[in-house]
Design a binder for this molecule. Structure first.
Ligand code: SAH
Ligand code: SF4
Length: 378
């Protein structure tokens, strides 16, 4: 059964559990059927309800009507238009096409014995970080909750095919876009994905990565969202950061660090700081020492990311990473390199989309499987 996104229809994946219950109540179906549909959509990843003979007749009738030609709903299922794999096959990056033709990147990463989905929250990004391919393409639009959720379901289907005995347990919002710029849709999607009646990805296994949208960080803390927080810092002074992250003109480094301190004090949780190392820009020993001072008293883990070259940025990757790491470690901070093998394919910085202008022939063909050689971690 094919469910088309059509004007005037809603995606079933845009409904929260309670919205699903009230939708059923309004159509005269008992609310408990919502649990069966939720399980089918989120736990089983069902797209074809006609073959689900275990669903009750009233629910089957409702689905046939609502997903049919004159129905009010469809199920989000973006087409895969491209795929690249790391040489060990454990990391797979998918280019997915949304119903309006926009393409987004979604990644399945398998390393350290765990599988993680890295998903996008926007088409493009408004934040304009100079080294980021997504930033270079500018903002296109926010994703709806269903479009965020559908990426996880897509990744999980891919994992079920390649490793039927393994579960997708981790989720990182480090794909295209700034999650806290699309706050409500992101929180809606994460509530659905962490719901134990369905996909059941534990909140402690979900990490939100932000460029430093201060009001969003404060909401995460004050409204007690249960997810993990990663902050992309990249600069130890206002000037150093502003050269890489233009949005720091709006939320200064000082304000951001203050918000991080508030987050730690309120939640008692650790913050993961991401730092893309760029030669001559933010990789000197002085910068490492300033960073250590800046984060003093914050429960921090620092993730150093080797720069992925992009068309719109002439900066180069750094050779000073090991020394940078040593200084931070000696100052008492856990500091690791992001594994190239996984995250470089996975980096979700819009590079696959930037390379692949949408081509109509790709949408029709099966996924291309081009092996990609990934350099090893330093
Ligand atoms: N917008 C969010 C999440 C998406 S970007 C954020 O900025 O945190 C995820 C991470 O990839 C960020 O830490 C970002 O700085 C990093 N990144 C983006 N482009 C990169 C590149 N070309 N090389 C290395 N890291 C990059
Ligand atoms: Fe947007 Fe993150 Fe890229 Fe910056 S690094 S432009 S915030 S996606």
């Amino acid at each position: 059964m094919e469910h088309m996104a059509q004007a005037g229809r809603r995606s079933l994946l845009d409904l929260s559990f309670s919205e699903m219950e009230s939708t059923f109540a309004a159509s005269g179906i008992r609310a408990h059927h919502a649990k069966a549909l939720w399980r089918a959509l989120y736990r089983d990843g069902t797209l074809d309800f006609e073959s689900r003979t275990d669903l009750s007749p009233p629910l089957q009738r409702w689905l046939a009507k609502e997903l049919g030609a004159d129905g009010n709903f469809y199920i989000e299922n973006p087409a895969q238009v491209d795929e690249i794999r790391s040489s060990d096959g454990l990391t797979r990056k998918f280019l997915l096409k949304l119903s309006d033709g926009q393409t987004i990147e979604t990644v399945l990463m398998g390393y350290d014995g765990r599988f993680t989905a890295c998903i996008s929250t926007q088409a493009g990004c408004a934040m304009g970080c100079v080294f980021c391919a997504t930033g270079q393409m500018g903002f296109v639009r926010h994703l709806r909750p269903g479009e965020i959720i559908a990426q996880v379901l897509h990744v999980r289907r891919a994992l079920r095919q390649s490793h039927p005995d393994r579960r997708l347990r981790n989720l990182v919002l480090m794909g295209m876009g700034e999650p806290l710029h699309n706050f409500d849709a992101v929180m809606h999607a994460l509530a659905s994905l962490s719901d134990v009646r369905g996909t059941s990805i534990g909140p402690a296994h979900i990490a939100i990565s932000t460029v430093g949208v201060v009001p969003g960080i404060l909401r995460l803390a004050d409204e007690k969202f249960p997810y993990r927080l990663a902050v992309s810092l990249h600069g130890s002074t206002e000037e150093e950061r502003a050269a890489l992250v233009p949005v720091s003109a709006k939320w200064s480094l000082a304000e951001l660090i203050k918000a991080c301190r508030h987050y730690c004090a309120t939640t008692g949780k650790r913050i993961f700081f991401e730092w893309t190392l760029i030669a001559g820009k933010n990789d000197s020993p002085e910068t490492a020492r300033r960073l250590a001072n800046l984060l003093d008293g914050i429960d921090s883990h620092i993730n150093l990311i080797p720069l992925n070259p992009t068309g719109g940025f002439s900066g180069e990757s750094s050779n000073g990473g090991l020394q940078f790491q040593k200084i931070l470690r000696e100052a008492g901070f856990p500091c690791t390199f992001r594994q190239r093998r996984g995250i470089d394919v996975a980096a979700g910085c819009g590079m696959l989309r930037a390379e692949k202008r949408p081509r109509p022939d790709l949408a029709k063909s099966a996924a291309t499987k081009t092996p990609l050689q990934i350099p090893q971690a330093p």
